[in-house]
Design a protein around this ligand. Structure first.
Ligand code: AMP
Ligand code: MG
Length: 344
């Protein structure tokens, strides 16, 4: 299949809408990462997403809408609880996904057979325009091959999916750079399933206590059931072995220098590179988690471009605020391999 490269203009947005309305696949920009979209109400179209990505069929998709009322209009959810309405008022449009009881029109392919559905209203104007042009809600996971880092540019999408999907709409670089925060309102108490740019503290300020699912910060025990199926799969991993190093600045720099070699790289904070004698990829300022979130996936792909790099020693962020999202992605990239030199 020839993958069309569409531009961010009215004519190409219309083309994207038509492809989607006809059951095709289009990768679209959002504020989080690029999403691989299909008509969420068409099970056959949604099946193509799983095939193109090589995504396990038991990993459900997020349904993207362009108006809060789309939830009712398309019968996406059975009941819109008071907490859901409050969260939507505060954080939509934006990088928060809310899981609700599934409505009648959502095919099993989207929810992977679960009785629940994940819904998000993205703030990216082009994403909104494509949803409107298609005339349907769009199921869209990240537009990467399953297991590789999520794409934050149209070029990343092309390098994974060229020839496998109908089109990519190039809307430039994604502003957040990590996938949305996912919370469920279908459990006894609201629970965080995936951290993102909307933080636990921000959500708690609107609906009160939010528990953090064990799998957010820890490795699931073998055979344990994941509340969010996506959390049980190895994720975001570059080809090199990534190891997190929990440490202060000086110890980290010494640790890396003691291991310096042609096939060793550091994924470090701004300033560390001055003391390090091996190849450095700079995640951002130490306390600027928003900057780190923006850079992380891009850097993991950069590392992959250099096949001689076999080991990457990465700084371990504090899992606070947006740092929780950076930590969650990095620890998966590292396959949960952490070296504890000192408390951070
Ligand atoms: P992605 O689309 O790649 O950002 O992945 C979507 C994430 O949301 C995955 O981790 C899914 O497991 C999770 N997800 C989607 N729908 C549900 C659902 N109904 N219940 C629990 N997790 C979900
Ligand atoms: Mg993904």
């Amino acid at each position: 299949m020839n993958t069309l490269l569409l531009e961010n203009n009215e004519k190409d947005i219309k083309t994207a809408g038509k492809i989607l309305a006809n059951g095709g696949l289009v990768a679209i920009p959002t504020e989080t990462v690029y999403g691989l979209a299909a008509n969420a109400l068409d099970g056959n179209a949604v099946k193509k997403i799983f095939k193109a990505k090589g995504r396990p069929a038991d990993n459900p998709l997020i349904v993207h809408i362009a108006d809060f009322d789309d939830i009712k209009r398309y019968k996406l959810a059975r009941d819109l609880t008071e907490k859901a309405v409050k969260l939507a008022q505060r954080f939509w449009s934006g990088p928060l996904t809310i899981i609700l009881k599934k409505g009648a029109s959502v095919p099993d392919e989207v929810s992977a057979g679960l009785d629940t559905v994940a819904i998000r209203f993205p703030s990216h104007k082009t994403a909104q325009a494509v949803i409107k042009a298609s005339g349907c809600p769009l199921a869209a996971p990240s537009a990467n091959l399953s297991g590789s880092p999520s794409p934050t540019t149209a070029l990343h999408v092309m390098s994974d999916l060229n020839g496998k999907i109908d089109a990519v709409l190039d809307g430039g670089e994604c502003s957040v750079g990590l996938e949305s925060t996912v919370i469920t309102l279908t459990t006894d108490k609201p629970r965080l399933l995936r951290p993102g740019a909307v933080t636990v503290e921000q959500i708690e300020s609107v609906i009160g206590e939010l528990s953090v699912d064990d799998a957010v910060l820890n490795q699931l025990e073998k055979g344990a059931k994941a509340s969010s199926p996506g959390m049980k799969y190895k994720h975001y991993s570059p080809k090199a072995r990534v190891i997190l190093v929990s440490s202060g600045d000086e110890k980290y720099i010494n640790f890396v220098n003691e291991r310096k070699a042609r096939d060793v790289a550091a994924l470090c904070y701004k300033g560390d590179e001055k003391g390090i004698d091996t190849c450095c990829f700079i995640l951002g300022e130490k306390d600027n988690y928003i900057e780190q979130a923006h850079e992380l996936f891009k850097l993991l792909r950069e590392i992959d471009k250099n096949p001689s790099i076999k080991t990457v020693y990465a700084r371990c962020p504090k899992p606070d605020g947006v740092g929780m999202a950076v930590y969650n992605r990095l620890i998966r990239a590292a396959g949960f391999e952490v070296i504890n030199l000192e408390e951070i």
